[in-house]
Every structure is written in structure tokens, then in C-alpha cells.
Design a protein around this ligand. Sequence first.
Ligand SMILES: Cc1cc2nc3c(=O)[nH]c(=O)nc-3n(C[C@H](O)[C@H](O)[C@H](O)COP(=O)(O)OP(=O)(O)OC[C@H]3O[C@@H](n4cnc5c(N)ncnc54)[C@H](O)[C@@H]3O)c2cc1C
Ligand SMILES: Cc1cc2nc3c(=O)[nH]c(=O)nc-3n(C[C@H](O)[C@H](O)[C@H](O)COP(=O)(O)O)c2cc1C
Length: 777
Amino acid sequence: MKIVCIGGGPSGLYFALLMKKLGFHHDITVVERNKPYDTFGWGVVFSDQTLDNMRQWDTETAAEVEQAFNHWDDIELHFKDRVIRSGGHGFVGIGRKKLLNILQDRCEQVGVKLLFEQDVNSDLDFPDADLIIASDGVNSRVRSRLPEVFKPDIVTRPNRFIWLGTHRQYDAFTFLFEKTEQGWFQAHVYKFDNQTSTFIVECPEHVWLAHGLDKADQEASIAFCEKLFAKNLQGEKLMTNARHLRGSAWLNFQRVKCANWSHFNGNSHVVLMGDAVHTAHFAIGSGTKLALEDAIELVRQFKALGDTADRIPEVLKHYQAVREIDVIRLQNAAWNAMEWFEVCGERYCDQLEPEQFMYSMLTRSQRISHENLRLRDKVWLEGYEAWFAGRTAQPGIRPPMFTPYTLRSVTLKNRVVVSPMAQYMAIDGRVAEDHLVHLGARAMGGAGLVMVEMTAPSADGRITHGCPGLWSDAQTEDFKRITHWVHTKTDAKIGLQIGHAGPKGSTCRPWQGAGMDQPVPADDPEGNWPLFAASAQPYLPHGDVPRAMTRADMDRVTADFVAATQRAAQAGFDWLELHCAHGYLLSSFISPLTNQRSDDYGGSLANRLRYPIEVFKAVRAAWPKDLPMSVRISAHDWVEGGITPTDAVEVARAFKAAGADMIDCSSGQVSAKQKPTYGRMYQTPFADRIRQEAGIATIAVGAISEADHVNSILAAGRADLCAVARPHLANPAWTLTEAARIGYKDIAWPRAYESGKPQLEAGFARERAMQTAGKGD
Ligand SMILES: Cc1cc2nc3c(=O)[nH]c(=O)nc-3n(C[C@H](O)[C@H](O)[C@H](O)COP(=O)(O)OP(=O)(O)OC[C@H]3O[C@@H](n4cnc5c(N)ncnc54)[C@H](O)[C@@H]3O)c2cc1C
Ligand SMILES: Cc1cc2nc3c(=O)[nH]c(=O)nc-3n(C[C@H](O)[C@H](O)[C@H](O)COP(=O)(O)O)c2cc1C
């Protein structure tokens, strides 16, 4: 085959080398516009794992890289006059020039033709090539010529960065943070040879503009950075080797992904590789890894399917299918890490203490969890656990999940909340044995706080005929029986979630209709009831249409909420949560999707919040001063034009100002058109943002299913409590089970169950031992 690689970066060169080794008869040329020793940038890092992979494909390259690289384990943070270091992270750093020169030499040794200083215009310049590798980098001309074919999705990110070098030696992957009068800057620094370190300086666009860096040339930019980081540089200079860039050397990162990676241009098959087809932000330093692994995969496919011209279409199809999965995974992690650096100045630097800031930074990609950190550096992690616990009523070394939490006069023994979950087992709004067993079992199961499902202040505030209410003395007594049981038989606290269903009321129990939220049929023997909401808009297109609330309706509902709150206090609840989420009555006021009012309760967010805040204040005044109150909100409607996480910060601020102690950060269920992005801990970013930006404690909820999730969230300061719902349906003793799973023994079991504890702990200990020995799965 005749093969041309356009672009002699890591991907083009490595592919050419491996392909030539696969079949020496292949005629392979790499065409590069720069001279052999010209390159932008300084050193790159990749993981030990990438090097292992390279070793399997070309031992000579791997050996030379190994000779030239710098290996280090530690990450060091310089922040607010503190230096914090943790180990076990395992990086390899190498000069970009060195890596390219190793690859160039190897290419020449095996007979790849290298043409330098040739700027290629188009893939059409090589009509006799069977295969063209477009390895021409992030601004790929080949990709840009045919956007309708490759369908690139390119996002330009808001931060500015400049890639510099220095002769100051660093013995760890070092992160420097400096505050200026205009905002925060950070530097990502790592040594890549015996004399030189990469020094990337980054800041948000507005900070960059405020310092006039848009008008600064390279010299002025370097002088600025030298002054900013002078204390750390200890007299060493910063240097650029991007003189080819005209004007400012400050760049914006561009995230590239493509729907199609290859096509036939009429003469040759063309395939994108490396940065031309996908980029990963330097915050997790994986661009070179991806480029090298693309090259490996394409050669692997030729090896498996045949390295003749007729096999090219099949090979390219498999190449994309395999690589796409790895790339998406890495791009997601890189995206999280990149976003962390984009918002850290506003969200974390001024809010978190250095210890917690370090933890948050280390877990920024959300790929590294609490237990991963324990494996990397147990001593550091235990030190951090002690720091975290030292700030609670129970100092010592223990995972954050098992530290107590105090709000007003209530102390929860740990940070796990059984999230409110509708049971649909009430009869005429009254709870009985079903709820005693359900709530009692979960109170015995180890959680610090057990929340009762949404409970209505009036009969027409229920979601279904099976939902509980609190509008009569008899209902107060029913609940008193349950709180009394929990308080006398367990050390859990019990809270009530109070809410009015509004437009989503009068629906069937989920197992009765065709799924959730289905209206009760008109001829149903249990009967139907009329609905009201912020506006006359049904939740489902075929749902009952609510009428828009009048002021008189509002007064009646507020009075019902107050009466129910007084009853909740009489019933002995420790905690009250006002339900302002999921499209129910109060939520229907907050979201612009459901609130079309033109009076004082519609329009701006402040107006839309007016009635929910009015209810909150009335309820807060009726609820005992020494007991806490949280508010559940939908922090994202997941619909264009709906509530966004930015609005949610405003919503949280308004409830905080009205006296709320905590925001329970759920999302969605406001519009049937929602398109949520589900995933592990998918709503936690809302809890994090609200906690830091609105300055109020938060509960994270949603797909939190392991102790490791809970610990990672709490330790990073992303929330103060974690609510766990569905896992508690499967296992009432979820907290006790998770404690045993991670080997935490200092947790009390119900006396009658104690003999189950050592057995469960021993079982998990065996599992952990097998995993450590590599025998587990
Ligand atoms: C600030 C910064 C820090 C980074 N840090 C790291 C890191 O720590 N670890 C890591 O793994 N990655 C890092 N990267 C990313 C890494 O540099 C790239 O992901 C990697 O180089 C991609 O390799 P490539 O071969 O696909 O593209 P490139 O390395 O960009 O190579 C493309 C080549 O094509 C040539 N070319 C382009 N157009 C033409 C044309 N028309 N004709 C001829 N030649 C052409 C270019 O001159 C260039 O040599 C970083 C990137 C940046 C910007
Ligand atoms: C059966 C069931 C009933 C629920 N009922 C309520 C409720 O009454 N009030 C509420 O705010 N959320 C309710 N939710 C939502 C949960 O509290 C929680 O936010 C959601 O399930 C996500 O958490 P998870 O991933 O841990 O399940 C319910 C969830 C389930 C599965």
C-alpha cells in the first residue's frame, strides 16, 4: 500500500513506524510542515500504562522513551502560602521535541520517508495514495475541508492558557495558584528532562482581559507570568518556544470530536488521527496518549483484518468503533477536569481551605475516588480524613461518611439520608403498618436521617390516593407512633418532606396506570379531584388541566402548609423539608416552563419565587426554631428555556435569605420534555455549585450508590449530606452494609442484629483481600 501521513506529530510518526514494521513493503511517507527540530510546546506527560502499551508494539521506541523520560509520583499544591503533597500518582514526562526526535529516528531506521518543511494543502494532493492519515493536529486542514463528511463538533473553551518552559527544577507535578486583584491564575508545572520543566499558565478570559493580556506580546506576557509566580520561580526565567504564533501566545483550548473519522475522497481513503479527530484538555494530560493509542489501534486492525488496500474500508470501520469508546471516556474525564480549572477561581479558591482544595483538585476528573486515593497514598488520605473529622463533633480518623453533622439542635450520627420515597401505601392520607415497617427498617439500617415521603398539607395536595397527608389530628397520631418508634428503638433522626402536588396531583399509583404521573380516569371508583397550579398547564399532554391559582387559593394553601407544619412538630419530627422540586405546586411557580403568569408571581425569577418563598417563611415561622429545615429544588429542568444550574444558585440564595438551612439538590421532572444526562452522581455538580456559590449547606442526591461515592462527595466539599433513594429500596441496611464493604467497623448495629455484623465484615474482608491479590473481579 502507498500511505501518506499528513503531519509529523506523535500520531503520524508512530503510525508510520508501526505500519512499516507490520509490512516493510508498504510505501509510507510522513509530510510535515515544520523542520525536524521545530516544535511548539515543551514537555508532555502520560501515564505508566501508556508506556506499557508502547512496549508491546515497539520495544526500541519504548526503551528510548524510558531512557529520556522523567518519572515522578507526587502531586504538589502551592496555595495560600501552603504546600501540600500527596504521592502514588505515577506520571511519565518527556520533552515533546525529544519524543518527536525518537519517533523520527525510528521511522528513518525502518524506512519511512520523512519530508519536512512541506505545507500540505489538501488530501487531494496525493491522488496515488491508497490511504491518507490526517494526523495534522487540532486545526486539521483535511478535517476542515470536509466538515459535512467528518461532522466535527468543536467547542472553544473560555479559559486562556500559555505554554511556557523554565529551567527551575520541580520534583512533583506541581500546581501553583496565585490571586491577583482581578482574579485567580493557576500554573500546571512538571519537569520533563534534567534541565527543563513545562510551565502552563491559565486563567479565565475576564481575568486575562482585565490584566490587558490581550494586548500583551509574548515578551510582555512572559514578564507578567514571571512576576506573578516570582516567589516560586526563585529567580528562574520563563521561556517560550511558540514564536511562530503571531500576536498573543495565549490560546483557548478547543475540544474536538467528530461523528465520522474517515471517508473516500475519490482516489484515496482518508482517516483522521490524534488531535485532528479528538482533543483532551491538558488538565489530565492525555492528548499524546490518545494520539499514540490511535496509531496502535489502526495498526492492530490492519494486522487482524489484513494489510491490503481492499481491506481498508473494513479496517477503518473497526478502528473508529474501538477507539471511539476509549476516547469518549477520556474526553469526559478531561472535560470534568478542565471545567474544574475553569471555575476554580470563582467556586473553590476563596471557599475551600487548602486541605479540602487539594482533595477537590485531586478528584477533579471524577475518575479518582476516595478509595483510589487511599490506594495511592494511604498516609495522606488518613491525614485528610483526620482533618475532616477534626472539624466535626467527633474527631479521629474515619471516612467522611461516618462523621456526625449538626444543624441547629439536631446532630445526625452520620452523613447518609434515606431520600424521601413515595410508597403509595397510605389509606385516606393516613399511614399505618406499611410505613412503620418501611421507615423503621431503614432507621435500623444505619442512616443518620430517614426522610418520610412527600406528605400533603391537604387532601387535594396528594399525588395519588395512596399518598400520605397531615391535615388531621388522627394523621398526627399516626406519624407520632412512627417517630416514637424510631426515637426509642434506633439512634436515627426522622424528617418529614411536606409538599403539595399541584398540577401533578390526582394521578394513579405507578403500578395502576400506564407508568408514572398518569391521570386518574374520570370513571375511577376512588374518584378524581380538581387541580390547581401556577398556570393552567397540564404536566402531560393528556393530563388534567389545572386552573391557575388565585390569591385566595394561595392564602388557603399557605394556611394548610402552616397547620401541617405545626402537626409535624407535634408528631415529633426532627427535620422538615419543603418540597419545591419535580413540577409539584411550588416548583410550578419557580420554573418558567410551568409559570406563565403575568401578575406579581410570574415573569422574573424573583417574581416566580415570591409565592414559594412566602410559603417557606410561613412554614419556617411555624416550625420550632431549634429544628432544621431544608428545601428540595430542581436545580436543572433539562429543557431549553427552563431552570438552569445558574438560576438554581439564585433560587438557593433566595431560600437562604428566607432562613433555609440546607438545599436538597435534585433536578428535573418539571417538564415531560426533559432530556437529563444520567450517570454516576449526576446531580452532585448542582449541590457543589450551590454550596460554593450561594454559601449554603447542600444535600447531594441521585445515583449515589456506594460509600466511595459518598466519601468522595463529602471529602471534596461538594455537599454536606448525601441522600440515597433506590439503593435503600433494595437494602434497608444500606449504610451498615457499605460500612462493612469498606472495612469501617466503628458503627453500631441494632442490638438484636449484632451477630450478623462480624459475618458480613469477614465476607467483605475476604472480597477485598482477593481483589488486592488480583483474584477478584
Ligand atoms: C498546553 C498544552 C499542553 C499539553 N500537554 C500535554 C500533556 O501533558 N500530555 C499529553 O499527552 N498531551 C498534551 N498536550 C496535547 C498534545 O500535544 C497533543 O494531543 C498531541 O500532540 C497530539 O498529537 P498529534 O500527532 O495528533 O498532533 P500534533 O502533535 O499537533 O501534530 C500535528 C503535526 O501536524 C503538522 N501539520 C499540521 N498541519 C499541517 C499541514 N498542513 N502540512 C504539514 N504538516 C502539518 C504540525 O506541524 C504538527 O507537527 C498538550 C497540548 C497543549 C496545547
Ligand atoms: C419510589 C420512589 C419514590 C420517590 N418519591 C419521592 C418523594 O416523595 N419526594 C421526593 O422529593 N423525591 C422522591 N423520589 C426521588 C428520590 O428521593 C431521589 O431523589 C431519586 O430517586 C434519586 O436518587 P437515587 O438515584 O438514589 O434513587 C422518589 C424516588 C423513588 C425511586
